[in-house]
Ligand binder design. Structure first.
Ligand code: DX5
Ligand code: ZN
Length: 215
């Protein structure tokens, strides 16, 4: 099994001092920074766009894991690559399957990792035939839109089945804490996106260590 990587989601950070928040989780041992991009259409919340990602890339020294929860994502891929993304995740619910190969090739040709995400209500079958075109899969364990929601346990058998057919990285996002991390890692996940558990912790280093120690 791969080493467990922890990706704190800045959605739970204090945006009035984002640079300090980023340094805080870097010093606490974060492996990458999870950046939630929301458009108010695909999900009922609006967050940030490429211009903010560009400034984050100036202060961050760990890879930027950009999670696009937006409609029509292909229109914005160049902007997010240009802004300094190291990993880009699109939702299968937002793109035509026939476009995945081409979009993935474009993203990967720039040295950026390409991931596909699926909502809790989207069956694994939907992505089985495109697993050869992605570097990683991001399994949502909450309905996307907000941090601080409760973990949806149906994500666990989904991860287990995915691990049985997919050798790449499996990331999980939503409601991850010390307890749920153990469940998803046991099922086969190796990247944990966590917002409130890390940014809300008194000791973010201990929180990250706790997530990583689940293997
Ligand atoms: C939810 C976002 C998540 C969220 C995770 O739509 O994609 O990345 O910030 O937050 P927690 O870990 O608090 O559920
Ligand atoms: Zn996310």
């Amino acid at each position: 099994m791969n080493k467990i990587k922890v990706a704190p989601s800045i959605l739970s950070a204090d945006f009035s001092c984002l640079d300090r928040e980023i340094k805080k989780v870097e010093q606490a041992g974060a492996d990458m920074l999870h950046i939630d991009v929301m458009d108010g259409h695909f999900v009922p919340n609006i967050t940030i766009g490429p211009c903010v990602v560009k400034y984050i890339s100036k202060v961050a020294s760990i890879p930027l894991d950009v999670h696009l929860m937006i409609e029509n994502p292909e229109s914005f891929i160049d902007d997010f690559i240009g802004a300094g993304s190291d990993m880009i995740t699109l939702h299968i619910e937002t793109i035509a399957k026939s476009k995945i190969k081409e979009i993935g090739a474009k993203i990967r040709s720039k040295g950026v990792k390409f991931g596909i995400s699926l909502n809790p209500g989207t069956p694994l079958d939907t992505i089985k035939d495109i697993l050869g075109d992605v570097d990683f899969v991001l399994v949502m364990s909450v309905n996307p839109g907000f941090s601080g929601q409760a973990f949806i346990p149906e994500a666990v058998p989904k991860i287990r089945e995915l691990r049985s057919i997919f050798k790449g990285d499996i990331a999980v996002d939503g409601g991850i804490n010390g307890e749920t991390a153990a469940l998803v890692v046991e099922a086969g996940a190796n990247i944990l996106a966590a917002g409130s558990y890390v940014f809300g912790a008194k000791d973010p280093k201990a929180a990250i260590l706790k997530l990583r120690m689940q293997a």
